[in-house]
Design a protein. Structure first.
Length: 354
């Protein structure tokens, strides 16, 4: 990859409190096997699972799932293709490098003085073309079409990515339905909000970092979309900020499990019953790490606001509505241009009680 830390420009990362390494009993571990059984539509069989989802979303916003239905061979296939791509020479990867006009494809921090995130990534979208607001600085909401940039090598890369996306999307919508039930809503209540959905999948590669105290694999943040489904290898490095005491908690990898976290959109839809958790990734001085987050988001034109069924006089709306496409546009412009201002946050739409 060729990354080098210029210590004249890089500041040490924020102070870390004492770290707790959690076993499976840390963030909730939820077995989804009932969804793949003959009882998958039986409310009585689902009740225990829905209760687990409700507690996990309310207390953590993070949980792991096993027996999720995504075949291991599909995960292995994309994992192999992922490694083959990132091990290509840099000039080959730069043939599919992303830019402000079409922000999908390959990106690294090569030639960047202020190294913020120690990693390289490949982003792709489903479907293969997606309409979003133009990322240029315009007064009107002009639209643009994003198109995937697929590398020539490895030759199986595109097929492996598309197969993986198809199966993880099925899992994501199963989780959306469980979250809807956990909010006391009909099973399919949230599904319609994902018409013309915008889905992004990112392949991450975190090389060994010679100075792990000077960088993060990914800085502290909250996911701005609806739901994230993360596959990670056995190296670990993901840390979650625990709500009860603000301590950073290391999420221990569990073989074949997915890590799930709710994003800002579900926080708003639920009127803050569920909170989007802050998380980050630390780097490793000895081992490289691979991960694959799947980001499920609504259409660019959707107005995001608390669901009407979840608000009343005793629990009034906590957020003003906002347009997801304009929110996405603002965040992407800021990320590309490294503006010296705070990213747009859902807190900017928070309604202050009178």
């Amino acid at each position: 990859m060729g990354l080098e830390l210029d210590t004249a420009f890089v500041q040490p990362i924020e102070h870390r409190p004492m770290l707790t390494i959690l076993e499976a009993g840390g963030i909730p571990l939820i077995d989804l096997s009932v969804l793949n059984s003959q009882n998958s539509d039986d409310p009585r069989a689902l009740s225990g699972l829905v209760a687990e989802i409700e507690a996990a979303c309310r207390e953590w916003g993070f949980f792991q799932v096993i027996n999720h239905g995504v075949p291991s061979e599909i995960r292995q296939r994309i994992g192999n293709a992922q490694k083959k791509f990132f091990y290509l020479p840099l000039e080959e990867k730069h043939k599919v490098r992303r830019d402000l006009v079409n922000p999908v494809g390959y990106y690294d921090t090569e030639n960047t003085k202020n190294v913020r995130d120690w990693k390289e990534v490949f982003d792709f979208i489903i479907p293969d073309e997606m309409v979003i607001p133009s990322l240029g600085e315009t007064e009107n909401q002009e639209l643009q079409v994003l198109r995937n940039r697929w590398p020539d090598y490895p030759p199986e890369f595109r097929q492996a990515c598309n197969e993986y996306a198809r199966d993880v999307e099925k899992l994501a919508f199963k989780l959306v339905e469980l979250i809807s039930l956990s909010l006391g809503l009909p099973k399919k209540r949230l599904n319609g909000l994902f018409k013309d959905k915008t889905v992004r999948i990112r392949l991450n590669h975190y090389p060994p970092c010679p100075s792990p105290h000077l960088a993060l694999g990914l800085g502290r943040h909250k996911d701005s979309g609806a739901l994230t489904v993360l596959a990670q290898d056995d190296v670990g490095g993901l840390e979650v900020k625990r709500k009860t005491d603000g301590e950073w908690i290391r999420v221990k990898p569990i073989p074949d499990a997915y890590i799930i976290n709710v994003g800002d959109i579900i926080q708003v839809w639920s009127n803050e019953k569920y909170e989007s958790p802050e998380h980050r990734v630390v780097v490793n001085s000895e081992r490289e790490r691979f991960s694959i987050p799947f980001f499920l988001n609504p259409a660019y034109y959707l107005m995001v606001k608390p669901l009407e069924e979840l608000v009343d006089e005793q629990n009034p709306p906590k957020y003003r509505e906002y347009n997801w496409g304009e929110f996405f546009k603002s965040r992407r412009n800021s990320n590309f241009k490294k503006l010296g201002v705070e990213n747009l946050q859902i807190s900017h739409f928070k309604i202050t009680p009178q």
